[in-house]
Design a protein around this ligand. Sequence first.
Ligand SMILES: O=P(O)(O)O[C@H]1O[C@H](CO)[C@@H](O)[C@H]1O
Ligand SMILES: O=c1cc[nH]c(=O)[nH]1
Length: 248
Amino acid sequence: MTINLQPHIRIGNGHEVQYALLPGDPGRVDEVAKFLDQPEEIAYNREYKTIKGFYKGIPVLVTSTGIGGVSAGIAIEELKNIGIKVMIRIGSCGALQPHLRLGDLVIASGAVRNDGASYSYINKAYPAIPHPELLFHVMNAAKKNRATNHIGIVRCHDSFYTDKEQDIDNYWSEKGILASDMETAALFVIGGLRGIKTASILNVVVEKEGDLEGGINDYIEEKNNSKRGEEFEILTALEAIVSYDSTF
Ligand SMILES: O=P(O)(O)O[C@H]1O[C@H](CO)[C@@H](O)[C@H]1O
Ligand SMILES: O=c1cc[nH]c(=O)[nH]1
């Protein structure tokens, strides 16, 4: 009998893993598997696909969180319930600044909470920030891997196709926000409230003046540098775990 089986991620206790990487896309889980020793699928329910493997001897889970903070929030809570203490998002994003190029990494030092999920937990005065120590290890790992990276605030949203998207992006771009994604704020806020150490690394798949749908299509079809950015974000997250783990 599986003890403490979680209803959405469909994983229970007993895996003895403290670290998880969180892509949105279940397809990205298989890309992480290429970097791991002994990768094995342990669950796949709805948008939540999970593998377990080892990186430089450290056990790691990789769980896809689907699209948006709502779905990510469920995965984050359930992963905590089975003992995960450190979670690093490895996501994709759209650039809000013109100097960001396809495949560059954005390391989030905070998130604008324009999502609904983090707000359902707590008032927007509560900050969406990563764990500072983990952020430090992520920044060092990106440098060590020579990944082109930008550190700053991202904006989290719940919609793609309203009539206001361009105006909203322009507004946050003028405020210096680096990029947009949909899950980082929920991760940081839930992490802060629940005592989970979190960080978020995003790979640019649409440039500032780029075509949103075209950029995402090209990324999926591996037609641009975003695929390379994905490899860099995976490696950066894994090396950050090794470096963080070595401090104990
Ligand atoms: O590629 P992932 O990690 O899913 O991240 C981004 O891509 C999805 C939208 O295309 C949203 O989940 C957004 O945050
Ligand atoms: O603007 C964008 C582009 C990609 N992914 C997002 O979440 N937002």
